[in-house]
Design a protein around this ligand. Structure first.
Ligand code: PLP
Length: 396
């Protein structure tokens, strides 16, 4: 049998290559940081990691992890409800709820798991999920696993959401699901309007704060801080794999009965391993750091403003953003690819995105800012953009 299947797969791989969407991995041989070393020996400035607060390389988190590794050893070798729960896991869940101003929290191995384990656990075919069209793949998969009726609304389009909410009135319960920050544009979900519509039409709200937690809002508490509505959203999911240290782990936090039912019935929680104690301990330390100082958030926000102001002044077309994601619009797919390759030659690592990841004729380069970038890094990146931009006649 395999011979035929092999041919089938090889054809698919050829198709992917022909479409120009074949993904290859760039191999780092250094820690994740503002400057990274790749296996060709080249050192480049890194503007494409989700390391928004620079904590992936934090000595405080490394120390906390090493200490716990020595005291509690390597792994839990169990799911949470059998013998995979340590005091560190409980402490981390408490820290997460404190951070977001919510009632309780539950850990998962990833936010992908948190999202796939959410909807089917709490809703049935009598209910409705209203999902933003640009939501993350894990929300889409989570919604697919659930028997609730699906209503998809155009990205951040409140008129469309209202229409869908009207259609969903026949259902028992309604849940609006949205990313906090949409990762291709960097725009933030219009939570104030979403809350108004939820109140008007009787709906609950789920926000995935993966790209916004630690980043958005003055103290990085996410979109509920930005819109001054902490505690008003029933469900928040998020990851420990981006701003929060970049290692592994996800969570759902919100109303305590929701979290309680997830502990009873959520499949990725019940049937997948507990995160390592060292990761839980580093997570606890990370949330302590967030309470001690706002330095990292302040620096990230200053870096983002600085970079965007310089790029706009240079004449680049930048999408409006309220996050640390900056989309430099080039529109043409080939141009975006060429631009990113040339920037890499200049020692600046960014990624060009084109169809099907973003809509046709909306190709762009995505720049992700971090608190570990220094002014010289930002200047070097802007200057490289200007040099290549002139060379490719994107700017004058
Ligand atoms: C990155 C991301 C995830 C996945 O997080 P992991 O913890 O890496 O599984 C989920 N949702 C959104 C919106 C994300 O950006």
């Amino acid at each position: 049998m395999y011979k035929e299947f092999q041919k089938h797969l090889k054809n698919q791989i050829e198709d992917i290559k022909a479409a120009g969407t074949y993904k290859s991995e760039r191999i780092l041989v250094s820690p994740q940081y503002s400057k990274i070393k790749v296996n060709t020996g080249k050192e480049v400035l890194n503007f494409c990691a989700n390391n928004y607060l620079g904590l992936a390389n934090s000595s405080q988190l490394v120390d906390a992890a090493i200490k716990t590794l020595k005291e509690r050893a390597y792994g839990m070798a169990s799911v949470r409800f059998i013998c995979g729960t340590s005091d560190l896991h409980k402490k981390l869940e408490e820290k997460i709820a404190n951070f977001f101003g919510t009632e309780d929290a539950i850990l998962y191995a990833s936010c992908f798991d948190a999202n796939t384990g959410l909807f089917e656990t709490i809703l049935t075919d009598e209910d409705a999920i209203l999902s933003d069209s640009l939501n993350h793949a894990s929300i889409i998969d989570g919604v697919r696993l659930c028997k609730a009726q699906r209503f998809r609304y155009k990205n951040a389009d409140m008129a469309d959401l209202e229409k869908q909410l009207q259609d969903a009135q026949k259902c028992r319960f309604r849940l609006i699901a949205t990313d906090g920050v949409f990762s291709m544009d960097g725009n933030v979900a219009p939570l104030t309007e979403i809350i108004k519509l939820a109140e008007k039409y009787g709906a609950m709200i789920m926000v995935d704060e993966s790209h916004s937690a630690g980043v958005v809002g003055k103290t990085g508490r996410g979109v509920t801080e930005l819109y001054n509505c902490r505690g008003k959203v029933e469900i928040i999911t998020g990851t420990l794999g981006k701003a929060f240290g970049g290692a592994i782990g996800g969570f759902t936090t919100g109303k305590k009965e929701i979290i309680e039912i997830l502990r009873q019935r959520s499949r990725p929680y019940l049937f997948s391993n507990s995160i390592p104690p060292m990761v839980a301990a580093a997570g606890v330390r990370m949330f302590e750091m967030m309470d001690e100082t706002n330095e990292l958030q302040d620096k990230l926000h200053a870096n983002t403003e600085y970079f965007i102001a310089k790029m706009k002044a240079a004449g680049f077309d930048i999408k409006d953003t309220q996050s640390a994601i900056c989309a430099v619009m080039l529109y043409d797919a080939a141009l975006a690819g060429q631009f990113a390759d040339k920037l890499l030659e200049e020692g600046v690592y960014v990624i060009g995105f084109s169809f099907p990841i973003v809509p046709k004729d909306q190709a762009r380069i995505r720049v992700q800012l971090s608190a570990v970038h220094e002014k010289e890094h930002l200047d070097k990146a802007v200057n490289a953009f200007i040099k290549i931009g002139k060379e490719l006649k994107v700017i004058k």
